[in-house]
Design a binder for this molecule. Structure first.
Ligand code: SF4
Length: 279
């Protein structure tokens, strides 16, 4: 079987960096506990678990002698402080793209600007950002929600790193009606998700079947399936090679492969090797 990989696939920069930081702590013999699951991939979490990494849900669960890891989504300054008080060491794996949003919010608040963040208020990244400027920040899901905001002072508009560009632009435009001041707009969307979708779309027209490797609950992986299906009806979401049904490959000569941003390289390699060995 001929297997073609999409030009962009798998771990994004921030997730790869977070996993590398955990590996570094393990190599130093530290007892590593991550606040929330490090990534949304069961197989990778099992691999890290077998090396002693465990997950906690509250800072209070950390004890002296342990290393606490802040995952790529980041946390509020308050949570970071709690971790620093309890753990022997804190590894801050907040993705630099998320740190940028946190800093922008914090600096704007210091200048008494209002901050409008376009994103999902329940997402951990947004909860963290909010914590940097709680008195000045509003989180809105859409342009429609901007209508509910009070009058804004010199507003700064930024975005959750993973939202759609159009939602951000529409919300930023709507903010203009809420202020007499100039609106400062900084697009803080990370291109990782879009790059993977563009690469999958480009490959989908050239293959007979497409396998998207990712967690069943990973929203970016499910979105990749939808994108592939636009041009390749036989597009399947799988977590491992065990889920490949040979019946789906009848009459198939060329297979495309991509993977969500939380799928590790070792898992992708196993799937590719399996497919290449099919005659
Ligand atoms: S998706 Fe982008 S912002 Fe989020 S962790 Fe990955 S690189 Fe960082």
């Amino acid at each position: 079987m001929k297997v073609l990989l999409a030009n962009e696939y798998g771990f994004c920069f921030g997730v790869e960096r977070a996993v590398d930081m955990v590996e570094e702590s393990l190599s130093l013999g530290e007892t590593v506990r991550t606040l929330g699951p490090l990534i949304h991939n069961e197989q990778e979490m099992d691999r890290l678990g077998s090396k002693g990494v465990s997950t906690i849900s509250e800072p209070v669960q950390i004890t002296r002698g342990e290393t606490a890891v802040i995952r790529a989504h980041g946390v509020t300054p308050q949570v970071q402080k709690e971790l620093e008080e309890k753990a022997s060491k804190v590894v801050d794996a907040t993705c630099p793209f998320v740190t940028k949003v946190q800093r922008l919010a914090s600096r704007a608040a210091a200048k008494d600007q209002h901050v409008v963040v376009v994103g999902n208020p329940d997402h951990p990244e947004m909860i963290g950002v909010y914590g940097y400027a709680p008195e000045h920040t509003f989180i809105v899901n859409s342009a429609e929600e901007v209508a509910n905001l009070p009058k804004l002072n010199k507003p700064l508009v930024v975005s959750q790193t993973t939202i759609k560009l159009q939602s951000f632009l529409d919300a930023a435009e709507a903010v203009k009606a809420k202020t007499d001041d100039e609106v400062q707009v900084v697009n803080t969307i990370c291109s990782a998700t879009r790059d993977r979708q563009d690469a999958a779309r480009a490959l989908a027209g050239e293959v007979d079947a497409f396998y998207i490797i990712g967690g069943r609950h990973s929203s970016n992986s499910r979105k990749l399936v939808a994108v592939c299906k636009e041009k390749c009806e036989k597009s399947f979401l799988i977590e491992t090679e065990d889920e490949i049904d040979p019946a789906d490959l009848e009459g198939v000569n060329v297979v495309g492969v991509t993977a969500g941003a939380s799928t590790p390289e070792w898992l992708i390699k196993k799937v590719v090797a399996y497919l290449e060995n099919i005659n």
